[in-house]
Each structure stands twice: as structure tokens, then as C-alpha cells.
Design a protein around this ligand. Structure first.
Ligand code: HPA
Ligand code: ZN
Length: 332
């Protein structure tokens, strides 16, 4: 079963570019650019995190090590190479935090990432699309400027915007103007919500920011009305098995919030969030979730296809990708 789950073709809707830097590459970039990291020992850089804030300290240090367009292209290529190799990932919508790299303009970053993604697509057949994400711990003016830049340098590969970092510090309504601007310009919208803090961030992300997906959402379960709304509206929730377990270390695998979300008939996908930083990859996420929930082969297949339903693809691209997944699955 584990082999089958690893071999399934996969799509991923919740993964951070800067959280996808292999430890050895992060140490190499930091040394080359003279930026500080908590340790220069790759074996100790990504460890067990004492919560989201602790995790984000290292995440931001890795962001700071990515200084030049060449760094950015290398990170994008490596992220995709690993995903294709370790999890048979075929399609990914990838967050990146442009405002965490002040040494480059948005446009320089965008072009470099697209170069890296294109090379990886050629070499490994994995497609990458982008979601520039607002860092909610930075000022609102920074978020508004970012969305203006995204609109000024519009590319088909950029599907929409996200909102990430610590949901205890940047309440969703602060970013209403940035999200409204994105909406008026035809950008899709999603937000990290109820990962580690209040379930009310889900309602605000839907109603104030106009999101059509929710990232994480585990604490929805603390509020029956919010859980019912997500189910009734069929809102796609991009869950991440390893992140969820990291937030709930006292709960057994079979008792994780994602198990309950599935039982509550929420519309979820399984994603890897920050794979090397969490010691995971999408293949391992499928294996861990599948074993915890006792998936049959059919349930594993359903989860592989669920991400396609939540993807920001147009309907003909979605149908084409689904056909290629179904053909590959039939041959497994
Ligand atoms: N949660 C919130 N913000 C983030 C994460 C995460 O897991 N990874 C990178 N930014
Ligand atoms: Zn995330």
C-alpha cells in the first residue's frame, strides 16, 4: 500500500518555495551570500519545531539566504526536482514570499522562479504554477505594494495570491484592500487560516478576503457552524499532514484533525507545506495519512484526484490533467 501511495501521480496546492530548500542548499546559499543561519550544519538546520513562530524564525533565515535571481532559479528547480523524484508530483501551485527577498524586485524574482520551473518541467515533467503570498507579519502597505507589483507584471503562470505566516499576528481583515485589488484584477485568492490560532480567521478569509480556498483550517473543528459551512459550500481546504501532526503532538495519528475533517465530509487535499523543513515529501504525506486513515486503494486514488478538483486550473486543463492521472493510475 505504501508503495502504491508513493507511486500515485499527485498534484499539490499548498507548498512554500522557500520552505522547499534542501538543508544542504540553504547552507550553501547562506555561505555564498554571507547571511546568518541558526546553524551551518545541514543535519541540524531543520529540526523539531516548538510551534509556528519557532519554525518561522528558520524559514525567514532561509528566505534571507536567497539573495540573487540565480539563487531563486536554483531553489525553484531543486524544489520541483525533489517533488517529482520523491512523490511523483506532476502539478504544483507554489507559494512564494516576494517581500522576504528585498534584494530583488518582484519582477526579477518572478522571472528567475519561472526559469527554474521551466527547466524542471523539461527535465522531470512537473508543472509549476505560482501564488505570490503576503507575509501577514509585515505592514499592510507592503501587502498592497506586492499586489500592485503582481498586477503590473502579470504572467499566466501566476494564478492568484495567498496570505501566510503566523495567523496569530496578522488578522485577515487587515488585508482586505490588497485582496480586493487582486479580485478586481482577476486573481484567485486563498489564505492560511485556523492553522494554529482562531477558527474565526476562516470566516474572515471567506467573507472579507473573498477566498475560494482555505489553507490548513484545522481549528475549524472547534466551531461546528464553521465546519458545517465549509462542508455545505464545498470549500476546498488544503491540509498538510506533517504540519497538522506537528501542531498536535499529543494526539495519535488516527486522532489528527485531518481525520476528523475527512469524517466531517470536508473537501480536502493532502499537501506537504515545507517538505524538507518538516522532514517530509508528498509521497510520505500520502503514506502517513493513508496508513492513519486506513485508506483503500480507491481512497488513495480519490485523494490524488481531489487536488485536481481544488486546483486553479481552467476546466479544459483540469480535464486533460485528470485524464493523464487516470491513465497513469490504471497502469499502476
Ligand atoms: N504556515 C504559515 N506560514 C508559513 C508556513 C506555514 O506552514 N510556511 C511558510 N510560511
Ligand atoms: Zn503553508
Amino acid at each position: 500500500m505504501s508503495q502504491f501511495l508513493r507511486a500515485l501521480p499527485k498534484a499539490e496546492l499548498h507548498v512554500h518555495l522557500e520552505g522547499s530548500v534542501p538543508a544542504e542548499l540553504a547552507v550553501k546559499l547562506a555561505a555564498r551570500n554571507g547571511t546568518p543561519l541558526p546553524t551551518s550544519d545541514p543535519a541540524r538546520l531543520y529540526r523539531t519545531w516548538a510551534g509556528l513562530a519557532d519554525f518561522l524564525v528558520t524559514y525567514e533565515a532561509v528566505c534571507a539566504a536567497i539573495v540573487t535571481p540565480a539563487d531563486m532559479a536554483e531553489v525553484a528547480y531543486e524544489a520541483q526536482a525533489q517533488a517529482a523524484r520523491l512523490g511523483n508530483v506532476r502539478y504544483r501551485e507554489i507559494f512564494f514570499n516576494p517581500t522576504n527577498h528585498p534584494s530583488m524586485t518582484y519582477r526579477q524574482q518572478l522571472e528567475a522562479v519561472l526559469d527554474g520551473l521551466a527547466s524542471a518541467e523539461t527535465d522531470f515533467g512537473i508543472v509549476g504554477r505560482l501564488i505570490p503570498a503576503i507575509n501577514r507579519s509585515q505592514p499592510v502597505s507592503v501587502a498592497n505594494d506586492l499586489v500592485r507589483e503582481v498586477i503590473a507584471h502579470r504572467r499566466d503562470e501566476v494564478l492568484g495570491i495567498g496570505l501566510d505566516h503566523d495567523d496569530s499576528v496578522g488578522p485577515a481583515p487587515l488585508f482586505a484592500e490588497a485582496f480586493a485589488l487582486a479580485a478586481r484584477n482577476g486573481l484567485r485568492r486563498t489564505a492560511h487560516a485556523a492553522e494554529a490560532h482562531t477558527p474565526g480567521q476562516i470566516t474572515d478569509s471567506l467573507d472579507v478576503l473573498g477566498c475560494d480556498r482555505i489553507d490548513h483550517g484545522y481549528l475549524a473543528l472547534a466551531d461546528a457552524a464553521i465546519t458545517a459551512r465549509l462542508r455545505d459550500e464545498g470549500t476546498h481546504v488544503t491540509t498538510c499532514w506533517g504540519t497538522c501532526c506537528a501542531h498536535n503532538p499529543g494526539r495519535s495519528q488516527a486522532d489528527q484533525p485531518i481525520v476528523e475533517m475527512t469524517a466531517a465530509s470536508l473537501n480536502i487535499s493532502i499537501n506537504s507545506d515545507d517538505p524538507p523543513m518538516l522532514g517530509t515529501d508528498l509521497g510520505s504525506e500520502f503514506v502517513a495519512a493513508g496508513l492513519a486513515m486506513g485508506w483503500t486503494r480507491e481512497q488513495g486514488i480519490a485523494m490524488s484526484l481531489a487536488a485536481l478538483d481544488g486546483a486553479w486550473l481552467d476546466d479544459s486543463d483540469r480535464a486533460a490533467l485528470r485524464r493523464s492521472f487516470e491513465a497513469e493510475i490504471a497502469a499502476l
